[in-house]
Design a protein around this ligand. Structure first.
Ligand code: NAG
Ligand code: NAG
Length: 313
């Protein structure tokens, strides 16, 4: 059926626990406005789990961390089925990190509150997850060349400098000023204090668990005999997984919180942003795909009810 190039079908993701009214509007948009012949609405985590089991076919369970722009979700899957009791949402994502970075830069050096796009790029270029917060804090306080984690970031002016970048260390001027014309941000503890919010949201007054704690908490809500399987199949997805040091830190903290006789393994896919997309592509090539979608004919006959029944969302 889906080999037919004239069949227009779509796989589209949506967040967990969305409002019914939004889900129903989505059905209307897909079938009535865009006239797709068939559609599958699904959570990104389910696609990631599908992708993971494709490669690790002997594993029974996995737990997917999806740390994206608006929030972070943690979802356990067993044999491809999502375990609703273990789903956890943390209201911390890339947007909050970028906003926080904007605020501290505006407070300390330069007003950038209207420069979300530029500061998001600064975040992606210089921020990392610390493996030892207090040691890095001490380092960030050193003056001059001794401070090995200090970076000077050249902001774009959108004429000669199209994109911001970090000055190479040998071109950094530790003592004085740079030539006029270049606008520079000097960053030290901002580099790791910002992503630290993924691990300690309470530092900025958000009363939620950090990712490792939420992971362990989620696993503890699962039946006991399954728990070891989750600890050894933790999968990191979403843009925040790209911060250098993210995987190592998650591993280290989960390892220290998990029972000592369980193996802990944390997988960072080559492309954590496209991982769900890869899962969706695999799913669409699966022989069972026909059974998973709702066709426009189905929808026209049965309305939203058929979507609610078929999509496990
Ligand atoms: C519901 O879904 C829409 C579209 O995917 C999204 O923009 C919105 O943030 C979601 N709301 C919640 C509460 O998850
Ligand atoms: C699952 O697959 C990934 C990628 O091939 C691999 O790194 C990881 O060790 C596998 N997990 C287990 C538990 O075998």
């Amino acid at each position: 059926l889906y080999d037919n190039p004239l069949m227009l079908y779509i796989v589209i993701t949506e967040p967990y626990f969305n409002f019914t009214s939004i889900q129903e509007s989505m059905n209307e948009i897909l079938f009535e406005e865009y006239q797709f012949h068939a559609a599958l609405r699904i959570n990104a985590g389910s696609l990631s789990a599908h992708r993971y089991f494709y490669e690790n076919s002997s594993e029974l369970c996995c737990i997917v961390v999806d740390s994206g722009f608006s929030f972070t979700h943690i979802t356990p899957y067993c044999r491809g089925k999502k375990m609703k009791d273990g789903i956890c949402r943390i209201n911390v994502g890339g947007k909050l990190l970028t906003n926080h970075l904007k605020e501290i830069i505006s407070y300390r050096q330069l007003h950038v509150m209207d420069e979300t796009y530029v500061i998001n790029q600064v975040k992606e270029d210089v921020c990392y997850v610390s493996q030892d917060f207090y040691a890095d804090m001490a380092m960030a306080q050193l003056k001059g060349e001794e401070n090995t984690l200090m970076r000077d970031y050249v902001l774009p002016d959108f004429s000669s400098i199209k994109k911001g970048y970090c000055k190479p260390r040998e071109e950094m001027n530790f003592a004085g000023k740079y030539k006029p014309g270049e606008q520079i941000l000097r960053l030290a503890n901002e580099r790791f204090a910002v992503p630290e919010m993924l691990f300690h949201p309470s530092d900025i007054g958000i009363q939620e668990m950090g990712i490792p704690e939420a992971l362990v908490n989620s696993i503890h809500n699962m039946p006991e005999e399954m728990q070891p399987h989750f600890f050894k199949n933790i999968v990191l997805t979403g843009g925040n997984a790209l911060f250098p040091g993210f995987r190592e830190r998650v591993y280290k903290e989960v390892r220290s919180l998990a029972p000592t006789d369980f193996d802990v393994s944390v997988v960072l896919p080559a492309n954590p942003i496209c991982y769900p997309w890869e899962g969706g592509k695999l799913l669409s090539e699966n022989p069972d795909f026909d059974e998973m979608v709702v066709t426009r004919d189905d929808y026209e006959e049965n309305g939203h009810l058929i979507c609610e029944e078929k999509f496990d969302i």
